[in-house]
Design a protein around this ligand. Structure first.
Ligand SMILES: C[S@@+](CC[C@H](N)C(=O)[O-])C[C@H]1O[C@@H](n2cnc3c(N)ncnc32)[C@H](O)[C@@H]1O
Length: 285
């Protein structure tokens, strides 16, 4: 396991993932019934942007930094900017004062109400320990040092039954897309009413399209693909964008997300051929 998210926190992929995650949580919390939230690949939950890791590649500057540089960010992405501000009280319009970046566990935890539950899985031993220290000291939160794909079999369906699973693998292994598809299908079999949000990198669009088409054939419930590319996705060796599959998405979430995606595209595009699109992979039954 070489991947450490501390090098990438706040990058373009994180921005898309966390903007969408906050909208999914807001939609879930519109009903008062308690929810269970599962993060299968959690990372450490909280990132110091002054750390050597974050500074080395400076990826956050081209992600969250570029978004905050536009004063319109707080109007178009109010939940995202509010979360950043909650963690960075000195955050000023334009982005000055951004010192820490919230990982998905932090965002999920700050949404918890009294009866809600949060389960976090992280396989890297040191990161699992740091995650416990950063996020785990709350009786509503359980941190597991275990394989997140296996957790989709072992821990589902959860109690309470309403809720969301975020699946955010590191994509280090050659067969990770295939392992992921299998795990998602197993998870859905156990938890057909669960919402699933699955992040994926886009290097070559045609490879990703083939994977989505294959998975869509096996899915029986409504599924959307939310994608943001920062240049034409043709070069298989570089990260050209990312996407989120939303299985069992909230009603009409597309209408909320499209203007946000358009804004992100305007801020994050690096070269011609960028895109911001929402595709229906499986229609509502
Ligand atoms: C992309 S990062 C997660 C970022 C996090 N979800 C966020 O948004 O802040 C992927 C994480 O998965 C962990 N990981 C890798 N393989 C795993 C597995 N099979 N099960 C659980 N965690 C794994 C890595 O150590 C890494 O911390």
């Amino acid at each position: 396991m070489n991947y450490r998210h501390a090098f990438h926190a706040g990058n373009v992929g994180d921005v898309l993932k966390h903007v969408v995650l906050l909208e999914l949580l807001a939609a879930l919390h519109r009903k008062p019934n308690p929810v269970h939230l599962l993060d299968t690949h959690a990372g450490i939950g909280l990132y110091d942007l002054a750390s050597d890791e974050a500074q080395r590649g400076g990826e956050y500057r081209l992600g969250v930094g570029a978004v905050l540089a536009d004063p319109a960010a707080h109007r178009v992405l109010p939940r995202y900017v509010a979360a950043l501000k909650a963690l960075n009280p000195e955050l000023a319009p334009g982005g000055a004062g951004l010192r820490r970046y919230p990982g998905s566990p932090w965002l999920l935890k700050q949404s918890l109400r009294d009866g809600d539950r949060l389960t976090l899985c992280e396989l890297h031993p040191q990161d699992a320990e740091t995650l416990k220290q950063n996020i785990g000291r709350d009786p509503r939160v359980a941190v597991h040092h275990r394989d997140g794909f296996a957790a989709l079999k072992a821990l589902l369906p959860p109690t309470p039954r309403r809720g969301l699973a975020l699946i955010d693998p590191a994509y280090e292994a050659k067969d990770e897309f295939a392992v992921l598809s299998k795990a998602v299908l197993a998870g859905l079999q156990r938890w057909p009413v669960g919402q699933f949000a699955i992040w994926y990198p886009i290097k070559e669009q045609k490879m990703v399209d083939a994977w989505k088409a294959d998975l869509a054939k096996q899915l029986k419930t409504e599924t959307l693909a939310i994608e943001l590319t920062i240049r034409a996705a043709k070069e298989p060796k570089q990260m050209n964008g990312s996407g989120l599959l939303l299985v069992n998405p909230p009603w009409q979430i597309e209408q909320t997300l499209q203007p946000m995606l358009d804004f992100l595209k305007s801020r994050l595009t690096r070269e011609p051929g960028a895109g911001a699109r929402i595709e229906t992979l499986v229609k509502a039954g």
